[in-house]
Design a protein around this ligand. Sequence first.
Ligand SMILES: O=C(O)CCC(=O)C(=O)O
Length: 225
Amino acid sequence: MSKGVQLDFGLGDAELPPMTYIPGFLDQARQDALWAEAGRYPFESPSIRVYGKWHPIPRQQVWFADPGCDYVYSSLLVKALPWPPLAARLRAKLERELGFVSNGVLVNRYRSGEDAMGFHSDDEPELVPGSDIASITLGASREFVLKDKLTGRRLSLVLNSGDLLLMHHPMQQHWQHGLPRCKGVGERLNFTFRLLTPGFHGTAIHGTASGSAERPAKLTGKIDR
Ligand SMILES: O=C(O)CCC(=O)C(=O)O
């Protein structure tokens, strides 16, 4: 059973975002195997519309989830693809060791330090209210920045390969997070495990049709994240 590390931003407990940080949650062998599996994931950089113009998001992503767990993310409807074996095994490890239950994982691929994610909160309506998010890093170390929605105050920590960050409810209500560009770094993968309300977007919960390789529908996007 892994233990969380106390993050010290020089603040009192009451001012800290509710998070648990577990460095080295994945050992090197697991990291290597997952990295190799991810080499076969069908990553895409869907385009979103910002102020009337279409732009590919500055990273690649793929969404694996249980049937019926389609996700509107960055204003795009993303169909649930079936779980690859090692991503499913990692989901089971989180549940077994930490009691963390999820039914989908968004895998973000940052091809270099030029890829990034803007400030946002994971507060989509299909996420089960009160649920937590588990984020696992592979590859290059990157700065993960948090911004207090009320005061604008920023905190940051460096996420290294194999680290786990649990973002507990109600962090998404009060804080935004993002991954700024960072010159000269290599590829990084991030697995964020989430719990969705199955069937939220009216898709079938039973049957096999949901794991299609259909391209995500393009909807109007207001944010670049
Ligand atoms: O790559 C990361 O560490 C952040 C990912 C993230 O913020 C998200 O998937 O919502």
